[in-house]
Design a protein around this ligand. Structure first.
Ligand code: GLC
Length: 594
């Protein structure tokens, strides 16, 4: 093993470069009281699993009081825990237990919108003169229309959850904006009182001991208003219908940087400690992400960008799925790595509560399940950035089977199904085609053991547990050195222990090879070579050595003696640039050549 470089010879990297974040979706993680819904004491009881995995941070999807229209992303009280998840005392206990294990706790912060049952909104709807009227985005019917007429909505924008983004409030005859469900009205960030209330709430949670925030659709908070305060219509969606795309008028608007700078100042300035802020930002560009996350002038630590997870969406969006192309993935990741090489910081993710399971999506959840889950994890984790692991990803959890409309539970899928059937789509065909990308795939119960409901609950689970929990579970993998779980542990340890993973430069190799993803990380002291076969066919993988070596300006023999740091084929171990087998991943290390 080469000598670790001295810190002074390395570029400065932030503390979160050498750690991995684990996301918990509390409803589906661990149920302590048998009511079928996961809860905070359940999470606390499983913290040893996270400590064993080696993650440094846990991000909790929302646990605040909520009518659960969008599983907690509709908050009715930011300073209370929903009774289905427990109490504030349970939250305090969870924070303390995580900190005892050296794990930070990051809350989900959903402040583009609240629930329509939040007292702020209840007051806002009471009358046009309500002191909170201006806390939300209210507009009169479109000119020439009466409230409630078809087409009277102030703009033609389509909501992320189908239908219009505008809901008529019968009492006051005006419409309110909701980019998501009608139970998720958008806050008006132009109003300084709203911003002050959000900052105050964030300080309250930090005072309680949390270590940061994952900020939900945070690049939607600044809308692009016309000078007279109106909002324009969007271009029609390619799949026709009534609706237009409002994205250009609500994504990454003119005051975003200013609002986030204000939050950073008001919430974090002068506070002692290490905090994490990550902004979820659909549609964000590399250039904007660099400015937002610059270590000196930025306003966030890192972003979640969507380019790679949208690569298999068609022009009509996620319900119009397209085949996966490795070349597109290389082009996308390569651009983000290059764009953020000097300034800014990115997060690295495959799965989360909004995405299908990666092993089913771009891997092979049949014959090559273990190999493809470990290969794709290797591909992702050793890039420059901070990796995120979503619950169950560390054991290679797969998508669910969908046979009937009732198998779908998520509001996005349920609304789409209803609307598409009403528009004439064939119900059985829809049930089949929605299966691939529905968010429901991420929301089945965590598979802890081979017992009833995968050990997630002793009761009736609120949603399905995947039938493969009988063999695909944490217990079955814990002591198996070749398991998907052990491989994740090794990747997380490598990031923690090898400075080249956190700090090294990134170079994409063999960029036009259709079946192998290869890259080099390098510091002044160390070089790492990551080779991943993204295919179940052995034949095309033989020639990779030549392609990689040519890009490196080496001959293939130069890597012959390199140390094999990590691999996912455990029989007949191969090293160097020997031909890759199906879904083989190999990580090589050598001292840097001068
Ligand atoms: C984010 C969340 C998603 C939620 C939406 C509205 O995209 O990740 O789960 O439905 O925002 O809050």
């Amino acid at each position: 093993m080469s000598t670790p470089p001295s810190p002074s010879s390395e570029p400065q990297t932030p503390w979160f470069a050498s750690t991995v974040v684990y996301q918990v979706y509390p409803r589906s993680f661990a149920d302590s009281d048998g009511d079928g819904v996961g809860d905070l004491p359940g999470i606390t009881s499983r913290l040893d699993h996270l400590a064993d995995l080696g993650v440094g941070v846990v991000w909790l999807s929302p646990v605040y009081a909520s009518p659960q229209d969008d599983n907690g992303y509709d908050i009715s009280d930011y300073r209370a825990v929903d009774p289905s998840f427990g109490t504030l005392a349970d939250m305090d206990a969870l924070i303390a237990a995580a900190h005892e294990r050296g794990i930070k706790v990051v809350m989900d912060l959903v402040v583009n919108h609240t629930s329509d049952e939040h007292p702020w909104f209840v007051e806002s709807t009471a009358s046009k003169d309500s002191p909170k009227r201006d806390w939300y985005v209210w507009r009169p019917p479109r000119e020439g229309f009466s409230a409630g007429d078809p087409g009277a909505e102030p703009t033609n924008w389509r909501s992320a959850f189908s239908g219009s983004t505008w809901q008529l409030d019968e009492r006051t005859g005006e419409y309110y904006l909701h980019l998501f469900s009608r139970k998720q009205p958008d806050l008006n960030w132009e109003n300084p009182e709203v911003r002050a209330a959000v900052a105050d709430m964030m300080r309250w949670w930090l005072d309680r001991g949390v270590d940061g925030f994952r900020m939900d659709v945070i690049n939607f908070i600044s809308k692009r208003y016309d000078a007279d305060g109106s909002l324009p219509d969007g271009a029609p969606w390619p799949d026709g219908g009534l609706w237009g795309d409002g994205g250009p008028f609500f994504m990454t608007g003119p005051r975003l940087h200013e609002y986030l700078a204000e939050l950073r100042r008001e919430v974090f300035a002068g506070r002692e400690g290490q905090f994490l802020t990550v902004g979820e930002m659909p549609g964000i560009t590399v250039e904007a992400a660099v400015e937002l996350t610059d270590a000196g002038t930025g306003v966030l630590d890192m972003v979640f960008q969507f380019e790679h997870v949208n690569l298999d969406h068609g022009p009509g969006g996620k319900w119009d799925p397209q085949p996966f192309s490795l070349l597109d993935l290389k082009a996308s990741f390569g651009r983000w790595q290059a764009g953020m090489a000097e300034r800014g910081w990115n997060s690295l993710y495959w799965d989360n509560h909004d995405q299908p399971r990666i092993v089913s999506r771009w891997g092979d959840d049949g014959r090559w399940w273990r190999e493809s889950a470990t290969a794709l994890a290797t591909l992702l984790h050793l890039h420059r950035g901070t990796p995120y692991v979503y619950q169950g990803e560390e054991i290679g959890m797969t998508n669910l089977p969908f046979a009937a409309p009732e198998d779908y539970s998520d509001i996005e899928a349920v609304n789409h199904y209803r609307q598409a059937v009403a528009a004439g789509a064939d119900p059985q065909a829809l049930v089949a085609s929605m299966a691939r990308l529905t968010r429901d795939n991420a929301r089945s119960g965590m598979q802890w053991d081979g017992g009833p409901n995968g050990g997630f609950t002793t009761g009736e689970p609120w949603y399905r547990v995947n039938p493969n929990a009988s063999w695909l579970n944490v217990e079955a993998q814990r002591d198996d050195p070749a398991s998907v779980l052990s491989h994740h542990k090794a990747l997380i340890a490598l990031r923690r222990d090898e400075p080249c993973v956190a700090a090294g430069d990134f170079t994409m190799l063999a960029a036009t090879h259709p079946h192998v993803y290869a890259y080099r990380r390098a510091t002044a002291a160390t070089e790492l070579l990551v080779l991943v076969a993204v295919s179940g066919e052995e034949q095309p993988l033989a020639a990779v050595a030549a392609a990689v070596a040519a890009d490196l300006g080496d001959d293939a023999a130069a890597w012959d003696g390199a140390e094999l740091v990590l691999g996912n084929w455990h029989d007949e171990v191969r090293s160097g640039l020997a031909p890759l087998r199906p879904w083989e991943a190999r990580v090589l290390r050598r001292p840097a050549t001068a």
